[in-house]
Design a binder for this molecule. Sequence first.
Ligand code: F6P
Length: 321
Amino acid sequence: MKRIGVLTSGGDASGMNAAVRAVVRTAAAAGCAVVGIRNGFKGLLEEDFCQLPPRSVADILQRGGTILGTARCPEFRQPDGPERAVEIARRHTLEGMVVIGGDGSLKGATAMAKAGLPVVGIPATVDNDIPCSEYTLGFDTAVNVVIEAIDRIRDTATSHERTFVVEVMGRESGAIAMESGLAAGAEAVLVPEHPYDLADVAERIRSGFQKGKKHGIVVVAEGAGSGIEIGRSIQAASGLETRVTVLGHVQRGGSPTARDRLLAAELGARAVTILLAGEATDGQVVVVQRGQIANVPLATALTGQCEIPAALLDLVEVLAR
Ligand code: F6P
């Protein structure tokens, strides 16, 4: 292959830029040019392209967001969208494509591979909800942002002897809530994957104060319920003054952690290596499995479910004693 494309799509995630850099430089080392596609599949259909020589990706690995931009694209989801995209890629002599993004982006990548273009997906989403990979780009950075926020909230909670509900991202995934809640020593973590009983949570917080605790912290994934409503219920049930903080989009941006940078380097390099070796004609996705970088067919990338082990929720409770 002499020319490939790269695009970022879906919600931005820290490490996307580092992955673009890894793609461009790995391809350059193999004598392959990379064309950047602005604003995801939308830019592909609008032929909004830019050349990405190796120097063009200098000074981006430490930046959050995506220099290529990202956008939602209903046109791509039309029945002829993927075929049109592949026809445009071919007209621009792109022999393969790297798609960096979450589940929607990987679905788009799968459709383009089906339409005949060799494609490799790189999982990138703060939600860490791609079943075939233990980690997605951006997750570690988001978890660290949340931990820092909870540490700060804990200072205030302790000073005022208050309860705080912290709502974190994850419309359908409790991954951020689970890891940040456990790492930051929350009293309870509520995730969409498991049922919960607010009366029980309120009682746990109340008895914690009785045992001498100075704070009560409940981390809620947005998909498990509204932080504001959960805060109201806990206050009503426990009689304790309860405040709510919704962290929102502060979790998506910012400089990637070491872990996300390393992952971006390895996933980006692997994506290009398999593309250039002709191993992605059926569509592949680069993943972390048992701690190792690997690749699996895109067609199976989204089958199965990401689980939050109930044992981790129990551990939160045990450690909050
Ligand atoms: O990137 C995934 C995600 O963070 C979800 O957890 C969240 O609900 C969603 O994006 C919100 O993104 P937007 O506001 O861009 O639609």
